[in-house]
Design a protein around this ligand. Structure first.
Ligand SMILES: NC(=O)c1ccc[n+]([C@@H]2O[C@H](COP(=O)([O-])OP(=O)(O)OC[C@H]3O[C@@H](n4cnc5c(N)ncnc54)[C@H](OP(=O)(O)O)[C@@H]3O)[C@@H](O)[C@H]2O)c1
Length: 232
């Protein structure tokens, strides 16, 4: 197996730290940690600007930063002609367009949730087409420091659910507190019965492992915008 030089944007953040761990465990190199104010630990090199020469040695980019960093990061990463995975949530429609632009020249995967379980739940949501008369509600719970609400995962679930049942669903209910890594619950309710589907992330590793797997899968793909559905 060729050891890959992996560049992580948002390397000093919670997900960046987890990625550093997961990249080492998988036998690859946490080569370059891109940061804003706080220097990340555990990376061979660190940089806080895109002119740094080490950026040219990166084989795969993984971005878990914040919407404020996204525009510059996606444009800069695409210039190196290497695959890009981004899990940054809370990005705007205009920022999503930047993903399409980058995907014209390199393989790009953006997902609001990198876990296999959530990819599976999103697939299940299409089945609600058979009971579209029920009332629906999505709930999401996250740790007290999560900045965006509703979560990107809940937004994706809402889009998938609405397209399956052909009607609008009330806005997602968001709860912030404690150290919850991520809970998403979909309710389907009639007068006689209630169905709930719940996904719980038990740690951050699930997202970091999913992002790395997705990135490795992109290495054999051509330019284009991919989703977790294409990978798993
Ligand atoms: N898709 C998924 O499966 C998934 C799972 C978990 C989290 N997320 C998302 O991933 C993102 C990061 O989550 P987190 O929990 O790791 O957040 P976090 O702990 O707040 O980390 C974000 C990091 O991004 C850094 N950053 C900001 N601007 C930057 C720039 N220009 N260049 C490089 N780094 C920059 C911040 O540095 P400073 O503090 O120095 O500004 C911080 O270290 C969020 O959008 C979150 O919602 C997605």
């Amino acid at each position: 197996m060729k050891q890959l030089n992996i560049g992580v944007v948002g390397a000093a953040g919670k997900m960046g730290k987890e990625l550093c761990h997961v990249i080492n465990e998988a036998g690859h190199i946490p080569f370059l940690g891109m940061y804003n104010s706080k220097k990340p630990e555990g990376f061979n090199h660190t940089a806080n600007h895109w002119q740094d020469k080490k950026t040219e040695e990166v084989d795969l980019w993984i971005d878990f930063s914040l919407p404020g960093a996204f525009d510059q990061a996606i444009v800069a990463m695409a210039k190196f002609k290497k695959p890009i995975v981004s899990g940054t949530t809370g990005i705007s429609e205009a920022q999503k367009q930047l993903l399409f632009e980058a995907a014209k020249t390199v393989p790009v995967l953006w997902s609001s949730n990198m876990s296999v379980g959530v990819a599976f739940v999103n697939k299940l949501l299409s089945q609600f087409k058979d009971i579209k008369d029920f009332d629906f509600q999505i709930e999401e719970l996250h740790h007290r420091n999560k900045k965006d609400a509703p979560s990107g995962t809940a937004k994706t679930m809402q889009e998938n659910l609405e397209s399956a049942i052909g009607k609008k669903v009330p806005p997602t209910l968001s709860v912030r507190g404690g150290g919850i890594f991520g809970v998403h619950r979909i309710w389907a309710m009639s007068d006689q019965e209630v169905i709930t589907i719940e996904h719980q992330a038990l740690n951050r590793k699930v997202f970091a492992e999913g992002a790395l797997k997705a990135g490795l899968a992109l290495l054999s793909k051509g330019p284009g915008l991919y989703s977790m559905k294409d990978i798993f």
